[in-house]
Design a protein around this ligand. Structure first.
Ligand SMILES: [Zn+2]
Ligand SMILES: [Zn+2]
Length: 448
């Protein structure tokens, strides 16, 4: 995913704690007891620098495509096995060669907190989506959470998931979800780098791909065109119908269309076969369903007008990501509590940070409370956003790595709040239930 288009401006109304102090976000225990954790997490993760920097670089310098993250899988599982904290490591988990799980169990019943680790790169662009930094942030967070659990005798479990194939419509996390990997998990935390935002209230778009084929009948275009059925006309009518539909779409709706087979080279025949594809995005999964119907109608119109047969194949993409406000408040508290708060500041948590991109963490957020924190890294010379060669360079710098460690600290703090604050997990789950109900009923306020 990337964060190319931000629709929510900072309104400047968020209050920030002075450096090193915690904000006054309400917490189950009145906010006490965290200051010590903040500085402990800060110094513990700072001490992991020498261990994690080579891992970060190894992933960045060895880009691997979706579900082929063999080197990253090996490097990361070897690292987890080498740790002394008794992680139970399962390589090639849940029927995927490059998926893995590492579990730390305190032995005492309590919340189960998860961190997802993405590993895949982009065809021809290397790590231009910065997934090496996602791995670093989640790894740092997982290790710090476990260290604090050990030091302070906290109950519960930490699960690290190596989640392959996020790019394209791979959906590694969806496969893990469907295969039961997250059964018993209480919350899921992850982050994503970009160049515009620092925000734990990220909403991504839902998307789907529609592939269309038209089957007509060829004929000579001069001698007896009336005997043919023009599949190219069907596709052109569909393309134009989609273009016309765009006038009445909702803000947040996006329809892209391409022609994948224009019927061949000869101009003097009636074309028997054509094909095309649409990628559609919307702010919510339910809106996407609606848009899918409308676009399908446009595609069918081409067939209706020409008499061609039409076949539409829907490839489900990712659900929109729904962030959890209670978890986001914890994240913000730790992020702002650390020294040298980076710009831009985290916006008011009442606002969403909308990004026009999609992630399979969206599907996770429909199964359990989730945070997918956007964080900005210093951009490259051309200021390119994710999925640009410029961002590939930016993702490999020490400054970007340092920023990922800061994210790791805030994610660890979020997980620790859930593990140690009585009643907080219930509060998180209540918020999640409300969010899911609001989405179900299309509550306007939720989308604002
Ligand atoms: Zn991406
Ligand atoms: Zn990405």
């Amino acid at each position: 995913m990337d964060d190319g288009y931000v629709l929510v401006a900072r309104n400047g109304s968020t209050e920030y704690a002075p450096d090193g102090m915690l904000s006054n976000e309400p917490t189950a225990d009145g906010g006490s007891g965290c200051q010590e954790f903040l500085s402990e997490i800060d110094s513990y993760i700072a001490g992991l620098d020498d261990l994690l920097w080579p891992l970060n670089q190894s992933i960045h310098e060895n880009p691997e495509l979706a579900f082929k993250e063999y080197k990253a899988h090996q490097t990361l599982t070897d690292f987890m096995v080498s740790r002394e904290e008794r992680w139970q490591v399962t390589p090639s988990a849940y029927g995927m060669e490059t998926a893995w799980v590492a579990v730390y169990d305190s032995g005492k019943p309590g919340p189960a907190v998860c961190f997802n680790i993405e590993m895949d790169a982009l065809p021809g662009l290397g790590h231009a989506c910065g997934h090496n930094l996602i791995a670093t942030a989640s790894l740092a967070a997982g290790l710090a959470t476990v260290e604090m659990m050990r030091r302070h005798n906290l109950a519960g479990k930490v699960l690290l998931f190596g989640t392959p194939g996020e790019e394209g419509v791979g959906g590694g996390k969806i496969r893990l979800l469907e295969r039961g990997a997250y059964d018993g998990a209480d919350i899921s935390l992850i982050s994503h780098p970009g160049i515009f935002n620092n925000s734990p209230m990220v909403r991504t778009t839902a998307f789907a791909r529609l592939e269309v084929e038209y089957f007509g009948r060829t004929a000579h275009a001069a001698n007896n065109p009336w005997l043919g059925i023009n599949a190219l006309d069907a596709l052109v009518i569909a393309y134009n119908a989609v273009s016309v539909l765009r006038q009445q779409t909702m803000p947040g709706d996006v329809i892209g269309m391409t022609i994948t087979n224009g019927g061949g080279e000869a101009a003097n025949v009636i074309h028997a076969y054509t094909s095309g594809a649409c990628v559609i995005r919307a702010n919510t999964a339910s809106r996407l369903e609606n848009l899918k119907e409308k676009v399908s109608g446009c595609l069918r119109a081409g067939a209706e007008a020409t008499g061609a047969k039409v076949k539409i194949k829907v490839i489900q993409g990712y659900a929109d990501h729904v962030p959890n406000r209670v978890l986001a408040a914890s994240y913000t508290k730790y992020w702002n509590g650390l020294p040298d708060v980076p710009e831009p500041r985290i916006p008011d948590l009442k606002q969403f940070t909308w990004v026009k991109s999609s992630t399979d963490q969206g599907n996770i957020s429909r199964a359990m409370p989730s945070v997918n924190a956007s964080f900005s890294i210093p951009h490259g010379p051309g200021s390119g956003p994710p999925h640009s060669p410029d961002f590939e360079k930016a993702s490999g710098t020490k400054e970007a790595f340092d920023r990922a460690l800061r994210v790791g600290k805030a994610l660890a703090g979020t997980a620790l709040d859930v593990l140690m604050k009585p009643g907080l997990l219930e509060e998180v789950k209540e918020q999640w239930k409300r969010d899911m109900e609001d989405i179900e009923h299309g509550v306007r306020g939720f989308r604002d």
